[in-house]
Design a protein around this ligand. Structure first.
Ligand SMILES: C[S@@+](CC[C@H](N)C(=O)[O-])C[C@H]1O[C@@H](n2cnc3c(N)ncnc32)[C@H](O)[C@@H]1O
Length: 191
């Protein structure tokens, strides 16, 4: 299995990509931390060039800008009530699913969920990403995450024997993610 993470704009990485089996990603939103995440208009347009299945987190106030086959729900509530985000599926199935997984706010949460807590503001729970990965790909597939962040998708790919390519534009985040990946093997039980 191979894991490649590039410290660059995803629009550069895709110039070198040929066939990908699954795109699983969590892009920056136009209306939330826009500056920090280097959001630029039509940032998802490049997804149209890939005819593979795509799962894209999108809970922005503006509508999802591309066509899609299903909208899945990530229910991240603690205890009673609901609190959810949406995951849009492209080129895939029509039936929607509900995925559960707590978003952790502290180390105790992360430990209970057998994950590591990074300081990335949008870190996704490893169990949630793993479920999406397992449901939509098989061993040996090539997964691309154009907005890698803290590397949750990459870690799930290592664990479940998928090949991975990622892009992260922010050098500080990129360096931390490389470290997280390097330390993965040293952790006794992750999830
Ligand atoms: C919402 S976060 C992803 C979080 C990730 N799912 C995790 O679990 O940590 C989006 C990431 O995309 C990065 N980013 C923003 N614009 C980018 C671009 N044009 N190319 C590559 N990465 C970009 C941001 O720096 C940020 O870390």
């Amino acid at each position: 299995m191979s894991i490649y993470l590039y410290n660059e704009d995803c629009l550069e990485t895709i110039k070198r990509l040929d066939k990908v089996d699954l795109i699983l990603t969590d892009p920056p939103y136009p209306d939330y931390l826009a500056d920090e995440y280097c959001y630029h208009d039509k940032i998802l347009d490049f997804l149209k060039n890939f005819d593979c299945r795509q799962l894209v987190f999108w809970s922005a106030k503006v509508g999802f800008p591309l066509d899609y086959t299903a909208i899945h729900i990530w229910d991240k509530a603690r205890g009673v009530g609901t609190m959810y985000e949406r995951v849009f599926e492209r080129n895939g199935q029509k039936g929607y699913k509900v995925f559960r997984g707590q978003k952790y706010n502290n180390q105790l949460d992360a430990t209970i969920n057998r994950d590591v807590l990074t300081d990335h503001p949008s870190q996704k729970p490893i169990k949630l990403i793993s479920k999406l990965l397992l449901d939509n790909s098989k061993e040996g597939d090539l997964i691309y995450d154009p907005f890698t962040g803290s590397g949750t998708t990459a870690i799930a790919c290592v664990k479940y024997k998928r090949n991975f390519i990622g892009s992260e534009i922010n050098t500080e985040i990129y360096n931390k993610t490389i470290k997280r990946l390097a330390e993965y093997d040293k952790q006794p039980v992750l999830f």
